[in-house]
Design a protein around this ligand. Structure first.
Ligand code: ZN
Ligand code: ZN
Length: 167
């Protein structure tokens, strides 16, 4: 995706309308700040929940940039080559530069929740050391508003022991 810095740096284009708002202002005006300090993006988002900032310059087709990246770059400068921004707060819609950290693709993959799920799947034993055999494994569906958002394996031995203790 295009960097907002490239768009802002084009010397041949200068905003000609009085209505033009600098992207810094536009970001500030379109976020909701949470108690945790997240700046939640209020405008358009992509399918993964990342904010999209459409950038208008006279004489050019509107260009859409990633809002969190734009927010970080406007404060910190260009994201180093081969790096991507990772949300320390794990909220894709957050555009607070302080919640973003450039990491390598590999680090980002290792940190993603998807990989956590994958690593859990690769485990052959539960935390107590019982093996995940077909007989000992129950599949639990995690749901949010009636929609299945994930699957989890539960150890039947552990569940039985928990019930016994509770009885
Ligand atoms: Zn955040
Ligand atoms: Zn167990």
């Amino acid at each position: 995706m295009t960097s907002i810095l490239d768009l802002l740096a084009r010397p041949d284009i200068r905003p000609k309308t009085a209505k033009w708002t600098h992207p810094v202002e536009r970001i500030r005006q379109n976020v909701t700040i949470t108690d945790e300090g997240c700046w939640i993006w209020n405008l358009r988002k992509n399918n993964w929940g990342y904010g999209l900032l459409t950038f208008y310059q006279n004489g050019y087709k509107p260009q859409t940039v990633s809002a969190h990246k734009a927010s970080w770059e406007l404060v910190r400068g260009r994201v180093p080559e081969g790096m991507m921004l990772d949300h320390l707060c794990r909220r894709p819609s957050c555009v607070n530069p302080a919640h973003l950290e450039p990491v390598t693709n590999r680090e980002n993959l290792l940190r993603s929740t998807l990989t956590v799920a994958y690593r859990n799947l690769a485990k052959t034993h539960c935390a107590k050391g019982h093996e995940f055999t077909p007989e000992n494994t129950a599949i639990y569906l995690r749901k949010n508003n009636g929609k299945v958002t994930g699957r989890e394996r539960r150890c039947r031995t552990c569940s039985r022991e928990r019930q016994r203790r509770a009885a």
